[in-house]
Design a protein around this ligand. Structure first.
Ligand code: AMP
Ligand code: ZN
Length: 482
């Protein structure tokens, strides 16, 4: 098989580029992680499914991957200006709990979603508050040339670096779409890298610094952890598309000041060679904002009876750079597609994996490899996988090997899932699954005995409890709960 070089869309240049690692044979990736003041919504999780697909593809291509995902437990404000409140402090006050407890609870909830979606563990989850000393050192190192102090904190002067805002394609200095919220700023796009605790107030999270007691700015965290754990420049930095507008341009400005000087004509001066952004998952009624009451969590999908990997499938069906609209119908369709694959794989499980290198599978393997190398085109890769599953009259061991190889990249867990795992099981159902299974069995017996009165009665009694018996269903569901 011909080796297809990996091409990725670089948001910084707005071009597809061939991936060339900074350190031969290695891939070093930093993904902006969650702010743990609340549960993640499924849109947030799309960002990590994307980062996971990137990581799996790099591993599959043979690169020695170091992936870092951070946990933001301080510094992220309620608005993009510098006048908002810290999201963590605000939630802690609302719930009268310690920030540390809140951070622990929501970090664990996030990790649960990570596991449920079969997202691989990164080399490290870096927690922002573990790096406060390094953040202060970093800020001190750039303060003289690039920052100025106001009553409220230490501010970064964006006019001191070349090409500020190139990533966002925003107008320099005026920082498109910004609202001037802090008096005394030199440019409206200037941002706080250290926020002082206002006189007379105490914050739950505050540290001593050369600029007084306070807390680091959100952008500073990622610059510090990325540089410290991966070394500047590293290969790839990821995040959701909202980060392309403010968070990442600010991170880039700090990185330029710290290590790289020079403009962004050289991508490396940004601190990373490639900046990648996933587009949003959207939902018409606006249930995708963590700050606005009810929102869509993975647990809600599970409570309604959907296996979480159906959501992973839904994500993979769209290219990561396209907007994806969530709907329950779409989720149902993704579940059905996953189930078809699982059924096809069931027949392969008994045969040990053989050698994937077989002429019958060459076209699908080529198609799969070309799709993944083409900026992670998972929609096409899924088709290649289905085509491989549909190949007839071949040794199952060979097919096993081909499908396993593809699934290692897509992470749908096809060899461990069973069709029973995928049955829709709403938590609100009034009938236990064992009871349904027992009734279905009793009905089968009745039919064998040609006792149609009993079999009809069982069907009717199940229907009364919300169970639809699905005779002859091509996917073999047998029954479903409404
Ligand atoms: P946050 O916890 O708010 O810092 O966000 C975590 C990640 O989710 C970031 O990479 C965001 O850019 C990303 N994100 C936020 N909303 C969405 C969405 N609706 N769809 C996809 N990604 C999102
Ligand atoms: Zn970040």
């Amino acid at each position: 098989m011909t080796e297809t070089p990996l091409k990725l869309f670089n948001s910084l240049t707005r071009q597809i580029e061939t991936f060339t690692p900074v350190h031969p044979g290695e891939a070093r990736v930093y993904s902006c992680g969650p702010t743990v003041y609340n549960y993640p919504h499924i849109g947030n999780m799309r960002a990590y499914v994307f980062a996971d697909i990137l990581g799996r593809t790099l591993s599959w291509k043979g690169y020695d991957l170091t992936h870092i995902i951070n946990i933001t437990d301080v510094g992220h404000l309620t608005d993009d200006g510098d006048a908002g409140e810290d999201k963590m402090e605000k939630m802690a006050a609302q719930k009268s709990q310690s920030i540390w407890d809140i951070a622990k609870h929501y970090t664990e909830a996030y990790w649960e979603d990570v596991r449920a979606l079969n997202i691989r563990q990164p080399a490290k989850w870096s927690v922002a508050t573990d790096y406060i000393d390094e953040m202060i050192d970093f800020a001190q190192g750039i303060a003289d040339k690039h920052c100025y102090e106001l009553g409220s904190g230490l501010y970064f002067d964006v006019s001191t670096v070349d090409d500020y805002g190139k990533l966002a394609r925003a107008v320099t200095e005026e920082g498109e779409g910004r609202i001037e919220t802090v008096e005394g700023k030199r440019n409206s796009a200037d941002f706080a890298i250290w926020r002082k605790t206002p006189a007379g107030e105490t914050r739950q999270m505050e540290w001593d610094s050369p600029w007084g007691k306070g807390a680091p700015g959100w952008h500073l965290e990622c610059s510090v952890m990325g540089g410290k754990l991966l070394g500047f420049p590293f290969d790839i930095h990821t995040g959701g598309i909202d980060h392309r507008e403010i968070h990442h341009p600010n991170e880039i400005a700090q990185n330029q000041a710290h290590c790289c000087t020079g403009g962004l004509g050289e991508a490396e001066n940004s601190g990373a060679r490639i900046w990648m952004h996933n587009n949003f998952l959207v939902e018409r009624s606006g249930k995708m904002s963590k700050s606005s009451g009810e929102f869509l969590r993975l647990q809600l999908l599970i409570d309604k009876g959907y296996h979480p990997l159906a959501y992973r499938m839904m994500c993979l069906q769209a290219h990561y750079r396209s907007e994806l609209e969530f709907s329950w119908e779409g989720l149902g369709a993704a579940l059905t597609r996953l189930k078809r694959m699982v059924m096809a794989v069931e027949r392969l499980k008994e045969d040990l994996a053989g050698d994937a290198d077989h002429p019958k599978f060459a076209p699908m393997r080529e198609k799969f490899a070309a799709a993944m190398a083409d900026d992670l085109n998972t929609p096409i890769a899924l088709v290649a996988l289905e085509e491989a599953l549909a190949v007839k009259k071949v040794d199952n061991g060979v097919k096993h090997a081909v499908v396993e190889e593809m699934d290692r990249v897509l992470g749908l867990d096809l060899f461990d899932l069973t069709r029973e795992d995928l049955r829709i099981r709403p938590q609100s159902a009034e009938i236990e699954e064992e009871e349904i299974e027992a009734e279905i069995l009793r009905r089968k017996d009745a039919k064998v005995q040609k006792d149609y009165a009993t079999s009809d009665a069982i069907r009717a009694s199940l229907a009364a409890k919300g169970v639809e018996v699905m005779d002859g269903d091509p996917l073999g569901w047998e029954w479903k709960l409404d």
